[in-house]
Design a protein around this ligand. Structure first.
Ligand code: ARG
Length: 460
């Protein structure tokens, strides 16, 4: 029977089921590094203000460092009876250094301790995620610059609409990710506050120096209200909200990759190392990676909903409900990291099939709008031009030819204003080159946009 750190007022041992039911050590042990980091800062501050002696501080720090090593070498014995990561480490410290270990919790509660640990942990994970997101964007932008003049059909309603360049399409993906990055950095600002010092809920009677603790842990500043400090989980919700938007974007890219690698589109070859086969159909090569990313989006949305619902109607201040913040948050972090890694590895390896893309653009009357714009330049009202081109498309559908395949005489049946120069307009190259303005698909605009996107990355 392990003695509870809070056992003083209890007259019987905890029910065996309740012990497991209320414990969190099974999943919160991943906070060990940040728990120790927070405790070292707390002990350092307590010594600075005279609550601990320097010798006590040193013994605590030495003990905590030894415990960290035991955990990392797999020698630490986690106990469910000690409920969570905090009490497991505290009990181990006391076992190691004796009574001084029992002084570490002076002026602190697990309520402000856990809020601090989660923020420290999430801040480090955000930095890893930001680096991976940057790596993905780098790959995308490099591929976009390389494919700035590669023609493909642009779609609306998934029907061929107008020609665009593949580079332009990839830079559209990059814009989504750029916003996600900015949201992540904005979330980080609100993660980076120190709750420690709020103690259980009301603050503490010791002469603590929260600004010092904040500095030691690299937080911007201490939180401003002790009740809010121990009960706020907005930052975790914000992270899941960032994650949901990111996964929503990755799911859209995934969907396009799945379509494009199908035999029917055949725009892209995905190297074998990112695919798997079928146990029955020998010919199959399946785009599992994008499919799985698309599928994992659902669980991240679920975590966002879990956390919003967890916090709904919770009275101030700390409630045990909050222990339920960890599994959704941790799984959102793991999922985001996995999906970003898969995408960052995969994107530079995409092999566009330029001829197939070009041919697809050529087949779908993709330059019909260009013909209408040509007629407008010859003085015809846009609505009339639209009608004229509509009739020529109907003729093309009937005779099985694209606008550019028709002879001048055929085209002139629909409008006498059409002249020899029409063929410059009806080519795919002419069509994309004509969209020559900021944000347009002209290859030289795409090249410039890729350079600007690269410059934004360089500022990070
Ligand atoms: N394991 C707890 C959690 O994750 C730590 C804080 C517990 N505080 C308490 N008063 N029971 O929230």
């Amino acid at each position: 029977q392990i003695e509870k750190l809070w056992g003083g007022r209890f007259n019987e041992p905890t029910d065996a089921f309740v012990e497991g039911f209320t414990a969190s050590v099974q999943f919160d042990q991943r906070l060990y590094h940040h728990d120790i980091q927070g405790s070292i800062a707390h002990a350092t501050m307590l010594a600075k203000v005279g609550v601990l002696t320097e010798a006590e501080r040193d013994a605590i720090i030495e003990g905590l460092n030894a415990i960290r090593q035991e955990i990392e070498s797999g020698k630490f014995n986690w106990s469910v009876s000690l409920e969570d990561v905090h009490m497991n480490i505290e009990a181990a410290l006391t076992a190691k250094i004796g009574i001084t270990g029992k002084k570490l919790h002076t002026g602190r509660s697990r309520n402000d301790q856990v809020a601090t640990d989660v923020r420290l942990y999430l801040r480090d994970e955000i930095d890893l995620i930001a680096a991976e997101l940057t790596r993905l964007q780098q790959g995308l932008i490099a591929l976009a610059a390389q494919e700035a003049a590669t023609i493909m059909p642009g779609f609306t309603h998934l029907q061929t609409a107008q020609p665009v360049t593949f580079g332009h399409h990839l830079l559209a993906w990059n814009e989504m990710l750029q916003r996600d990055y900015e949201r992540l950095m904005d979330t980080r600002k609100r993660v980076n506050f120190l709750p420690l010092g709020a103690a259980a809920l009301a603050g503490t009677t010791y002469p603590i120096d929260r600004t010092l603790t904040a500095e030691l842990l690299g937080f911007t500043q201490p939180t401003r209200n002790s009740l809010d400090s121990v009960s706020d989980r907005d930052f975790a919700i914000e992270f899941c909200s960032f994650s949901s938007l990111l996964l929503m974007h990755l799911s859209r890219m995934s969907e396009e990759l799945v379509l494009w690698t199908s035999a029917q589109f055949d725009f892209i070859r995905l190297p074998d190392r990112f695919c798997t086969g079928s146990s029955i159909m020998p010919q199959k090569k399946n785009p599992d990676v994008p499919e799985l990313v698309r599928g994992k989006t659902g669980r991240v949305y679920g975590h966002l909903m879990s956390l919003l619902t967890l916090m709904k109607s919770q009275p101030l201040a700390y409630n045990k409900d909050n222990q339920e913040d960890k599994e959704p948050l941790f799984d959102a972090i793991d999922t985001v990291k996995g999906c970003l890694r898969a995408f960052a590895d995969m994107v530079p390896a995409l092999e566009p099939k330029r001829e197939v893309m070009r041919e697809a653009a050529r087949r779908g009357f993709a330059t019909a709008t260009d013909l209408a714009d040509y007629l407008v330049r010859k003085g015809i009202a846009f609505r009339d031009a639209h009608e004229i081109v509509g009739q020529s498309v109907a003729y093309g559908v009937e005779t099985g030819q694209d606008l550019a395949d028709m002879t001048l005489e055929e085209l002139q049946r629909f409008s006498q204003d059409i002249e020899e120069d029409i063929f410059d307009v009806l080519t795919l190259e002419g069509s994309v080159a004509a969209r020559d303005h900021l944000g347009g698909t002209a290859p030289k605009q795409v090249q410039a946009a890729a350079e600007r996107a690269q410059a934004l990355l360089a500022e990070r």
